[in-house]
Design a protein around this ligand. Structure first.
Ligand code: PLP
Length: 355
């Protein structure tokens, strides 16, 4: 498919952020977006156009039954070079989410090409300062006007771009996490592994409770017993017990994070013992109390690596590693950021250079 391009005239382009390091996450969008439509069982009319509102019928299926999915990835600019980190994996995960939500597949290679074209057009929006990036949000929604519970026959797929600073106000300092022993995010057989809208809507109430308690995110426990650790609001979790780095397994209830997969590969290549196994909250508390648990950190596209300084669980605060950033979290962040920004050699074929 040929991608049509309709550019914003130079004099109508928006002003770029002056202080990207202090830019609130997801608050500013670039001049252009990619969009295409699905009907009659195929994608058509792919185009790059000025960033603009979309118009949908009030009965569009997305508004009533939540048939929508999205992705999140980042581009980095250092000097005159621009890199995308594992974009193929993001579009493949979008296709996995689409399958679960009975939505159409996209062509991964085509989407990567469309994204590269869009990023090239808006490349001057990509900040260069350490800790900054271009956040990329592909989205697919059910656009058919229809009241009645069934899969849509029409969809919109679009990609928008947002220059961003650090995700947490804490930067790379340890965050406080609220362990939710009441609300659940996802149950087995459900849609926890899909990046679908309802998962995030369902997480908001616990997120509010966490914020009121001074916490940055929620740590979810399994939905059946509220016993085993799953993931955090927008991050997968790693725990360092003595010399064993542990992350919860992909059992269908957590998002298979691309950062999670990258961290597993990197730390295994370093020779660390890395286990994908269930970890109970009791094991965590015991590990904090007897000193076996050295570090906890979250990993995800938005935050990259976020050290966890303390857990709030059933009204008690448990301090990890003296509320300091651990050496493993630091080393993982340095390696990952180095690869993502093209400063450390990418030996695994993760990075795509756009420029
Ligand atoms: C629920 C959830 N878990 C984990 C992650 C981390 O995934 P990734 O590393 O692919 O960004 C995200 C981020 O999008 C998320 O929303």
């Amino acid at each position: 498919m040929e991608i049509e391009v309709d550019l914003v005239p130079e004099h109508k382009r928006k002003e770029k952020p002056k202080d990207p390091v202090n830019l609130a996450f997801g608050s500013v969008y670039t001049d252009h977006m990619f969009i295409m439509e699905y009907s009659d069982e195929h994608w058509h009319s792919p185009r790059i156009q000025p960033y603009q509102s979309i118009s949908l019928d009030p009965s569009a299926l997305i508004f009533h039954y939540g048939q929508g999915i999205f992705e999140g990835m980042k581009g980095y600019r250092r000097g005159d070079k621009v890199f995308l980190f594992r974009p193929r994996d993001n579009f493949s995960r979008l296709n996995n989410s689409a399958k679960r939500m009975v939505m159409p597949q996209v062509d991964v290679d085509f989407c990567v090409e469309a994204l590269k074209k869009l990023v090239r057009i808006d490349k001057d929006w990509i900040p260069q300062e350490p800790g900054t990036a271009l956040y990329i949000r592909p989205t697919m929604i059910a656009s058919e006007p229809k009241l009645g519970l069934r899969p849509s026959t029409e969809y919109l797929f679009y990609i928008i771009l947002s220059p961003v600073g650090p995700y947490f106000k804490e930067g790379f300092n340890p965050v406080k996490i609220y362990v939710s022993d009441k609300y659940s995010r996802a149950a087995k057989g459900g849609v926890g592994f899909a990046k679908t809208l309802g998962n995030y809507a369902a997480s908001l109430l616990a997120g509010e409770i966490a914020a009121k308690a001074g916490c940055s995110q929620v740590m979810w426990l399994d939905a059946v017993e509220h016993k085993y650790i799953e993931e955090a609001g927008t991050m997968n979790l790693f725990l360092l017990f003595e010399d064993e780095l542990v992350t919860p397994p992909l059992t269908g209830t957590i998002l298979p994070g691309i950062t999670r997969d990258s961290v597993i590969q990197i730390t295994r290549d370093w020779g660390m013992k890395v286990s994908e196994r269930m970890v109970s909250i009791d094991e965590v508390i015991e590990g904090i109390n007897n000193g076996r648990l050295k570090e906890i950190f979250g990993v995800g596209t938005a935050a990259v690596v976020a050290p966890v300084g303390s857990l709030l669980y059933k009204g008690n605060e448990y301090i990890i590693n003296g509320n300091k950033t651990g050496d493993t979290a630091k080393r993982v962040l340095t390696e990952l950021m180095g690869i993502q920004c093209g400063e450390i050699e990418d030996t695994r074929g993760w990075v795509i250079q756009v420029y």
